[in-house]
Design a protein. Sequence first.
Length: 440
Amino acid sequence: MDQMTLFGGEASQPLAARLRPQTLDEFAGQTHLLGKGKVLRRLIESDQISSMIFWGPPGVGKTTLARIIANRTRAAFVDFSAVTSGIKEIRAIMQKAENSRFYGEKTILFVDEIHRFNKAQQDAFLPFVEKGSIILIGATTENPSFEINSALLSRCRVFVLQALQKEELTGLLRRALTDSRGFGGQDIRISEDMLEMIAVFANGDARSALSTLEMVVLNGDLDEKGTVTVTSEILEQCISRKSLLYDKNGEEHYNLISALHKSMRNSDPDAAVYWLARMLEAGEDPLYVARRVMRFASEDVGLADARALEVAVAACQACHFIGMPECTVHLTEAVVYMSMAPKSNSLYVAYEEAKKDAVRQLAEPVPLVIRNAPTALMKELNYGKGYQYAHDTREKLTDMQCLPDSLQGKEYYRPTDQGNEARYKARLEQIKEWKAGSRH
């Protein structure tokens, strides 16, 4: 029961809290998990929950899903925070759950931000999960592969929750304007375009979208009839963004990333930084931009400057660690570096040509000379016969055939004279000359 306050009890809660879905039908997004007939929905509706981890960005419904499970389950539901709890609290709850198990009662333990627990704290759950004393539900924004003990993770099913789409967030905002728990009892004038701008600004985060809507409504122009009108100026002030927002799933999204990519390829750092700013200030996910820059580092720079990939990966990690707006400078560094680096697409061309041959000749056998021979039968069949170990030679080279017979002599990687790749070109020419000479 919500505690009443001088300011109206439940009505004093933030809009996001008041509109928290109570049922799966009210839940926005995650249709890949919660659509009709989907696995997670079936588990929840049948009350057959097993230990699981909800992994996804902020504001996508991890905690809300746990609350819905709590409302539907016949098991005891314990809400636990990794931020405020320690080993002592864990053991107390585990003991209580163990006692309940003897009476045939299940205990579901929800741990929010489970990645904040250290190894010792996570280990404290393990024996109770193994015995079935508790069903563990963890929520995390971090990759469980790195943040959760492998022994514990192996006993949990991971469900990946995705950032909400613009349409899903816009629908959520519309519901907030009509729902009695939201602004349903008020006359709010706000255009559909503004709702879409808020949805894009929220960047997949339902909590952020609702908080922004609440802010613009509270700051809207109120007339004598009680009607609240939200203007573009109010929206601009509340989200600290000019009218740069764009549909991240629409044509402009692809136009801008294309402009960034081609500006870097054309060695134009000024244009590249401008298009980068256009995307980030419009609410684009910095990790999306970072991934595109990583691709560029190998596709358009490659071995002409092998450090380009290091810079791109470091920028991506910085975006992951600190997020917006601080990571803008890291992306700028990467974009300028890519723009100024010597260019070569020889790696891209090499793979695309090899791919065509690989697809056309999927059944080409691996030459016997480079096959492993772990069994006597394989040795009898000449697996590995004649293999030459390059490290045993003075030149660290052999003339051994590694391509299938049908592709013998085929060249895929053709280095350019750009930047450091000129050194690789000279080295490759030396290797080919030596091999040609050794065969005669």
